[in-house]
Write a protein that binds this ligand. Structure first.
Ligand code: C5P
Length: 405
């Protein structure tokens, strides 16, 4: 997919610069021709020799070659490239890009490039969350720069949070998608009228007694990313979530927190009639204890039998009540017979399409920042995607939903 493609890799001064070596190796392995531009500071994090050896091309840092005075033409490099990937992209470089500053070769090339530009931000959680950085990213995105959202986790600073550069494999997949017409079957985002979208997210907790519950490992990340994707396009979102540590504050998102499947069911039934679409990504417990013990259950016997009763199926309930104008989207997380089971769910729950993710895939499923999904719609059309960040999966879901409106 990347065979023969000319890629500029811009490397900036972040600790994540060491991942640039893996990126170059992956790109070269895919058959791409890679030229690396480094900012002066990035040389403190990874040596030009490493990247020159892996890319099989000299590294570009200065406007002039200090040895022979040869001009490193940013215009020529910018025109040469099929894509310009800046990974890692620091807060500093993103700010300069957003404001047209041009004090190094990486930036002058950005201003000259005619090809698609991708950035993979990498920084500390507070720098990433800072309104200045967020505004800069939004500005770049609105100008067509493709932002590969960082993931959450432990950062080099020791802090926890969002700001870790996406894994090189995910970045390469984003690049592939740019070039792959087959994968981009959903096309670019068409314009649709403002929609009202209901999104479910997270697990549900089914109480056993006052201090215990039956739950699952769902983090809510996928549902929150979907809510953000729709809100980002100015659609109104009702986000109904089970217990999660995530929070979101957006003028277009109304956040409703629930605990149990029954509470989620009731909230969905209340809001769905006024919605155009429901994306049901919550991992709803199928069963709940038949009775909730009034007092904490004592450990006074070797076996304890809990009687469980089925919870209502929210997706099916919405599928039954939906009008011809409403669209419902479900998820399937399967460990066996994935496609068959997903197709049965699609039909049983009267969904318009289902997002199949497999627990067998590394990096997909619960509590990860990435996901590998296949869309199956009720015309039996399937689209299989590579491993991506959940934000990007959310964009794909948004684009697929748009095809119904
Ligand atoms: O049947 P299964 O739980 O695998 O189906 C998954 C899909 O159905 C997801 O979209 C999930 O949100 C939805 N679901 C639901 N209510 C339930 C169980 C699942 O809406 N009680």
């Amino acid at each position: 997919m990347l065979k023969g493609k000319k890629i500029i890799l811009g490397v900036t001064g972040s600790i994540a610069a060491y991942k640039a070596a893996i990126l170059v190796r992956l790109l070269v392995k895919e058959g791409a021709e890679v030229k690396v531009i480094m900012t002066p500071l990035s040389r403190e994090f990874i040596t030009p020799l490493t990247l020159a050896t892996l890319s099989k091309n000299p590294i570009l840092v200065d406007f002039f070659d200090p040895e022979d005075g040869r001009w490193n033409s940013h215009v020529e490099i910018g025109i040469w490239a099929d894509a310009y990937l800046i990974a890692p992209a620091t807060a500093n470089t993103l700010a300069k890009m957003a404001h047209g500053m041009a004090d190094n070769l990486l930036l002058t090339t950005y201003l000259s490039a005619r090809c698609p530009v991708l950035v993979a931000p990498a920084m500390d959680v507070d720098m990433f969350n800072h309104i200045a950085t967020q505004e800069n990213i939004r500005l770049l995105h609105s100008r067509g720069v493709h932002v590969i959202e960082p993931s959450s986790g432990e950062l080099a600073s020791g802090l926890e949070g969002k700001g870790r550069m996406q894994e090189p494999e995910v970045i390469v997949n984003s690049l592939k998608e740019l070039f792959n017409k087959n994968l981009d079957t959903l096309g670019s985002k068409k314009k649709v009228r403002p929609l009202k979208v209901l999104v479910t997210a997270g697990p549900t907790y089914e109480p056993i007694d006052p201090v215990r519950f039956i739950g699952n490992y769902s983090s809510g990340k996928m549902g929150f990313a979907i809510a953000k994707a729709f809100a980002g396009q100015d659609h109104e979102v009702i986000l109904i979530t089970g217990p999660t540590s995530l929070d979101i504050s957006h003028p277009k998102i109304r956040l409703i927190r629930v605990q149990t499947a029954l509470q989620m069911h009731d909230a969905c039934l209340e809001y769905f009639p006024s919605c155009d679409c429901a994306v049901l990504s919550a991992a709803v417990a199928d069963y709940t204890p038949a009775v909730r013990a009034e007092q904490k259950i004592k450990r006074d016997k070797d076996y304890l039998h809990l009687e469980l009763k089925a919870n209502p199926d929210i997706a099916s309930a919405l599928g039954q009540m939906k009008t011809q104008k409403q669209v419902t989207v479900g998820f399937a997380l399967e460990t066996a017979n994935e496609r068959e089971n997903a197709k049965q769910k699609l039909a049983r729950k009267n969904l318009d399409f289902i997002v199949l993710n497999s627990l067998n895939e590394e990096g997909a499923g619960f509590n990860t920042d990435t996901n590998k999904v296949t869309f199956i719609d009720n015309h039996n059309k399937e689209i299989e995607f590579p491993l991506k960040g959940k934000e990007e999966v959310a964009q794909d879901i948004l684009k697929k939903v748009y095809t119904y409106f």
